[in-house]
Design a protein around this ligand. Sequence first.
Ligand SMILES: *[C@@H]1O[C@H](CO)[C@@H](O)[C@H](O)[C@H]1NC(C)=O
Ligand SMILES: *[C@@H]1O[C@H](CO)[C@@H](O)[C@H](O)[C@H]1NC(C)=O
Ligand SMILES: *[C@@H]1O[C@H](CO)[C@@H](O)[C@H](O)[C@H]1NC(C)=O
Ligand SMILES: *[C@@H]1O[C@H](CO)[C@@H](O)[C@H](O)[C@H]1NC(C)=O
Ligand SMILES: *[C@@H]1O[C@H](CO)[C@@H](O)[C@H](O)[C@H]1NC(C)=O
Ligand SMILES: *[C@@H]1O[C@H](CO)[C@@H](O)[C@H](O)[C@H]1NC(C)=O
Ligand SMILES: *[C@@H]1O[C@H](CO)[C@@H](O)[C@H](O)[C@H]1NC(C)=O
Ligand SMILES: *[C@@H]1O[C@H](CO)[C@@H](O)[C@H](O)[C@H]1NC(C)=O
Ligand SMILES: *[C@@H]1O[C@H](CO)[C@@H](O)[C@H](O)[C@H]1NC(C)=O
Ligand SMILES: *[C@@H]1O[C@H](CO)[C@@H](O)[C@H](O)[C@H]1NC(C)=O
Ligand SMILES: *[C@@H]1O[C@H](CO)[C@@H](O)[C@H](O)[C@H]1NC(C)=O
Ligand SMILES: *[C@@H]1O[C@H](CO)[C@@H](O)[C@H](O)[C@H]1NC(C)=O
Length: 430
Amino acid sequence: MALSLLAVLAAAALVVAQTSDPCTVIHSADSDDSQAVYTTISSCPAGQPIVFAPNTTYNIFTPLVLNSSDLTLSIQGNLSLPTNITQVQAAVNASSNGFWFYFTGSRVNVTGSPDPYNGWIESHGQQWWDASNQVARPHLWGFAVDGGYMYSLKFLQPVAWTVSLSGANNVYVGNILIDARSTGGFPFNTDGFDATGSNLLIEDSVIWNGDDAFAVGQNSIGSTNITFRRAFVGFQSHGLSIGSLGKDPAEPANVSDILVEDVFLENTLYAARFKSWAGGTGLAKNVMYRNIGVKNVTFPLYLTQSYVDQNSPGALRVNNASVLMQNFTYENFFGDINTFHPGDGSCVTDPCWYRFLLPVFRPYYEPGADGTQAAILRCNANACSDFTIRNVHLRPQSGVPATILCNNPPVDSRDLGIVCQNGTFVETGQ
Ligand SMILES: *[C@@H]1O[C@H](CO)[C@@H](O)[C@H](O)[C@H]1NC(C)=O
Ligand SMILES: *[C@@H]1O[C@H](CO)[C@@H](O)[C@H](O)[C@H]1NC(C)=O
Ligand SMILES: *[C@@H]1O[C@H](CO)[C@@H](O)[C@H](O)[C@H]1NC(C)=O
Ligand SMILES: *[C@@H]1O[C@H](CO)[C@@H](O)[C@H](O)[C@H]1NC(C)=O
Ligand SMILES: *[C@@H]1O[C@H](CO)[C@@H](O)[C@H](O)[C@H]1NC(C)=O
Ligand SMILES: *[C@@H]1O[C@H](CO)[C@@H](O)[C@H](O)[C@H]1NC(C)=O
Ligand SMILES: *[C@@H]1O[C@H](CO)[C@@H](O)[C@H](O)[C@H]1NC(C)=O
Ligand SMILES: *[C@@H]1O[C@H](CO)[C@@H](O)[C@H](O)[C@H]1NC(C)=O
Ligand SMILES: *[C@@H]1O[C@H](CO)[C@@H](O)[C@H](O)[C@H]1NC(C)=O
Ligand SMILES: *[C@@H]1O[C@H](CO)[C@@H](O)[C@H](O)[C@H]1NC(C)=O
Ligand SMILES: *[C@@H]1O[C@H](CO)[C@@H](O)[C@H](O)[C@H]1NC(C)=O
Ligand SMILES: *[C@@H]1O[C@H](CO)[C@@H](O)[C@H](O)[C@H]1NC(C)=O
């Protein structure tokens, strides 16, 4: 008798323990679960993972700012932003930094679910794209941590910018899916990874988007030691970028040791791209792009050091300085160049609707380009040095020989590997 009573009490205690698990975020139907995330983090014993339960759709209706060190999140369920656009805009307007999920602190580990029906971060971007709504859009995921790990996360229809590692240091990112494919309006500014940080490794991702899939931009400290590798990039992506750098001539660029390798891009506007502003200052050095496969890409290998936003050139550029490029290597490019429908996928009619209305949406406008260029190298005089380009096997879809546009040959190159001319693309290396 006493024994069975004990058993009943023990079982009851177990039930209580399970339902009030301090580390599982409680979901409340039809209401905002954001506060429960904070509550769970503060009540869960240090070092234990905070779990979003499987088969549950959490309503993350208020932006989260998570400034905790030694934090582990295990996202086994779905996380959903509001579907109501006005509600999202109001929250973005009220937020401190415009991010929906923002992490700071040290040693932050966010792991998702391998289950295809769970672990999605859903932003309901389609309705924003269809309405061309660009007002108060959320930046989805800011991971400005020192020591961090992001693994197996799935981002569905981000409204705009997806993952920002701006200011991050020592971060590993693996097995991420970013799906910004639109069935209607163009998914503008759906950047994949903003990797303006240091000591970053991003690998094994699949990115379908409508802006840079990967971009190393500029911040006040500089970006160094960043690897992006083993990825598939598609939809109307703008590819793998360094830049834009040097927008403010008073703030020198400082980018070094960037490796981009083993990436396949399909239907994208650019593959490897560098962009710096006319009059910019500073240096980008030790950059390698290798093993880049393309299918139907308009500008596979592209660089300019004299970028000016045609629509808002701003104040007159103070001088003709350049962000210097030093020790750049491009090797093992293969695939086909988009000859027949060059340009951006936001161009859905012929002639392109925005050609007349909104010149700002003409990122493909490039003097002399005709869909046969394997490379467009617009170095300023003496501003590119120590370049190597080799083993580039890119073919225009029309079957004609590949061509090149080249403004100034990079200087001090032991083995430049190509002829800098406006004409046929010729390799000279071994
Ligand atoms: C989630 O739901 C599916 C379908 O109902 C079920 O097969 C699966 O076991 C559930 N997973 C968990 C962890 O409860
Ligand atoms: C999670 O989201 C994905 C993508 O929208 C969806 O396919 C899946 O059914 C959702 N899972 C649950 C349990 O609602
Ligand atoms: C995060 O917390 C640390 C330590 O409490 C503090 O120094 C830092 O300013 C906080 N950062 C933000 C962005 O709130
Ligand atoms: C969206 O939210 C706004 C502001 O909270 C509200 O006025 C509006 O009725 C909501 N729209 C829908 C369709 O629920
Ligand atoms: C958010 O701010 C923008 C201006 O940036 C304004 O146009 C919009 O009406 C605001 N929306 C809400 C819901 O507060
Ligand atoms: C991150 O957390 C996951 C799941 O909790 C764990 O398997 C993994 O080892 C952790 N990784 C790091 C680098 O802490
Ligand atoms: C470069 O970054 C990677 C990834 O974070 C790290 O493992 C490696 O130690 C870093 N290298 C240096 C020289 O700091
Ligand atoms: C540029 O970046 C490097 C590497 O991160 C750093 O050591 C150096 O101090 C930076 N230089 C300037 C002028 O900020
Ligand atoms: C090539 O890419 C362009 C631009 O994204 C697209 O319009 C076109 O349909 C693609 N062609 C093929 C054959 O997929
Ligand atoms: C040039 O960059 C490569 C990385 O792409 C690096 O291994 C090499 O050391 C750099 N060369 C010099 C002279 O710094
Ligand atoms: C900058 O370049 C332009 C065009 O080549 C030239 O007209 C101008 O004089 C230059 N300005 C300076 C300050 O060198
Ligand atoms: C290629 O054409 C551009 C623009 O017309 C010109 O500035 C450049 O000097 C030419 N390149 C060569 C190598 O002649």
